[in-house]
Design a protein around this ligand. Structure first.
Ligand SMILES: *Cc1c(COP(=O)(O)O)cnc(C)c1O
Length: 385
């Protein structure tokens, strides 16, 4: 891949500063599993995992076997643990077990298939029992758990139990308080059944970013940390609540991603002329416009038509008219000296100005998580200081 019209940069120093914050949050007893599903929340699995490994992280969580494969390519020489929380096609199980990849078991089928595959490969499958505690998505209920314990204890030569876990149904929102409290109680109850069995379990884990922040009593020895390592709060209210008790209200997290393009062309438009498709933008004065080679086909949402903002020469300026498939027009009338080749920041900082993912997300009605993971996979990503 080369000659792309925009690129993503990932900041090493900002990542390190987020890790410092996360370490202070988790404390020395809790291992962080770096959640890199969704192409590392759009940051790119390969560069991000490389950066994480260099920063000392040795535990990664992904949704599916294909993501585990990509993480493994990068982390294999560093003795890192990889944990699959979701989908594994049956035909991938042998590779998963052979390479020591850990995975969630939330239904009896997968347990059976794991036992068979472990036998074939001649290695133990490393499993985490996912428990149903109230999210009602995936997980073993009490009866299924008892059944699983029976099958695990009679196949101890083929299975290693690495963890027992659950996931909270919206820990980032105070409105879900009661539901999460019930889940906590249920998790502790079901965990006790496991503790009373003969199984020896190294990790009990239930917290995501919001859980680690809002339910520190649940962080245990492993926490699955996603969004905050990239410098985003799980929700605005999580930050408000977190900082409400603190004298210092400054944000301890820093976004590590920037997305940049450049000016392709400049032209003059006379007062009274429409700019771009249709009649969405009418020049109310003589204007200078710049075209930038990114559009909805490159991940720049159409809902930012007439709404988006970009940075050029340290100035925040507006997207004029419709976002096209591969182009936007922006106003450079008041940006002295703007010329072909100038850097255009779509997300991130330039000088003292910043376009945040939230600015972007609000305008396009997407939450951080969605916007980030929809950044195209084929954009080049580079690590910068
Ligand atoms: C995505 C995910 C996480 C991480 O969530 P964040 O809010 O990004 O920290 C943790 N656990 C599970 C099961 C997940 O799917």
């Amino acid at each position: 891949m080369k000659w792309q019209t925009s690129k993503i940069q990932i900041s090493r120093s900002c990542f390190q500063s987020n890790l410092n914050f996360i370490n202070s949050l988790l404390g020395p007893e809790t291992t962080m599993s770096s959640v890199v599903k969704g192409n590392a929340y759009g940051h790119g699995i390969e560069p991000f995992v490389q950066l994480a490994v260099e920063s000392g992280l040795r535990h990664f969580s992904v949704f599916s076997a294909d993501e585990a494969y990509r993480v493994h390519q990068i982390s294999r020489d560093h003795d890192a643990s990889i944990m699959i929380m979701g989908m594994i096609p049956d035909e991938a199980l042998e590779w998963v077990i052979d390479n020591g990849i850990e995975f969630f078991v939330f239904e009896s089928n997968r347990l059976e298939k794991s036992i068979e595959a472990a036998q074939k490969v001649g290695k133990k499958a490393k499993i985490h029992l996912e428990l149903e505690t109230g999210m009602n998505r995936t997980g073993l209920n009490e009866a299924q758990l008892l059944d699983a314990i029976g099958r695990i204890t009679s196949n101890e030569n083929l299975l290693t139990i690495k963890g027992v876990c659950t996931h909270f149904a919206g820990a980032e929102s105070i409105a879900n308080y009661l539901r999460i409290e019930r889940q906590k109680t249920q998790f502790l109850k079901l965990s006790q059944i496991v503790k009373n069995s003969s199984m020896d379990v190294p990790f009990f884990h239930s917290t995501c970013s919001a859980g680690a922040i809002r339910y520190p009593e649940m962080k245990d020895r492993l926490s699955r940390v996603g969004i905050i390592q990239y410098g985003f709060w799980p929700s605005y209210e999580t930050f408000i609540e977190y900082s409400s008790e603190l004298a210092d209200k400054s944000d301890p997290l820093t976004r590590i991603i920037s997305w940049k393009s450049s000016i392709m062309d400049i032209k003059q438009v006379k007062r009274g002329q429409y700019i771009g498709y249709g009649s969405l933008y009418l020049a109310g004065k003589d204007m200078t416009i710049a075209t930038v080679p990114i559009g909805y086909g490159n991940g720049y949402s159409r809902s930012l038509s007439n709404m988006g903002r970009v940075l050029i020469r340290g100035t925040r300026t507006a997207v004029l008219g419709k976002v096209n498939m591969n182009l936007i027009c922006v106003d450079v009338t008041d940006i002295a000296g703007a010329e072909r080749g100038d850097e255009v920041v779509l997300i991130g900082k330039q000088g003292r100005m910043e376009i945040t993912v939230a600015d972007f997300g609000d305008a396009s009605k997407q939450i951080n998580y969605e916007l980030l993971t929809r950044l195209p996979h084929n954009l080049p990503r580079e690590i910068v200081d």
